[in-house]
Design a protein around this ligand. Sequence first.
Ligand code: R5P
Length: 283
Amino acid sequence: MIVAGSASQALAAELARELEEPLADVAYDRFPDGELLAAVPEFDADRAVIVASTVSSDAHVELLQLQDAVREAGAEEVVTVLPYMGYGRQDEAFDPGHPVSARAVARAISTGTDRVLTVNPHEEAICDFFEPAAESIDAAGRLAEPLPDDLTDPVFLSPDAGAIELAATVRDAYGTGETDYFEKVRHSGTDVEITPSDVDVADRDVVVTDDIIATGSTMSEAIGVLSERDVGRVFVTCVHPLLVRDAYVRLSSAGVEAIYGTDTIERPASDVSVASSVAARLE
Ligand code: R5P
């Protein structure tokens, strides 16, 4: 039986269709003191597949409750699918006294599950923070699907060295094109500096790929650099379209042709479903 977290309802429904398994009813309540209650009153299956992107602190608590609820309801096996794992970018203690938040949340999630699947974690090593077996699914290649067939001499760029493999994966899935990356220095949560590479983008279509678009600062800087260089069309793609605050508007008004993301986070840019990629690991 598939159990949807509130931030992953469309993906969970698609996964249920792919696997031909029923979707559990989930009942939500909030107590006067603000505490959440997520329950599965009709749950009845040996295996629970909980699909829950942890996009907020409430979503984290909801996931822990759903894990506990399905066990209470008799599930013998609990699989936790984290399409997007929140706090994943805090994968080390960046300053003295800081937590490794990704490890802290992974430990909490581990207590209620027999297996974890996650899609393009910020760093692969995050999987090691979980106690039960944890696997990552690479959905980056799917980002080539909505791209037009007629890209002109395309360049697949990443806004920093860390995302070059994603750009190469999208290029490989598209079938043709050059890859390159910019250098990025982050000064704060929203202040990002991009140093362009030497790649010639004049009159060429460019696809910029990152794992996450959060505030859009990274992509905005990258688009700014490109637009100074007589570029052709610019397409922005990412696995996790977090798109907080005015990020979608900011990128759209910067002159990009389109913004494509997956449904690991449900947003207007979630054109690509990762359901079949997840289903392939669960059949
Ligand atoms: C950082 O290392 C990630 O790969 C992304 O580049 C980052 O999360 C994007 O954040 P923002 O959209 O806020 O610049």
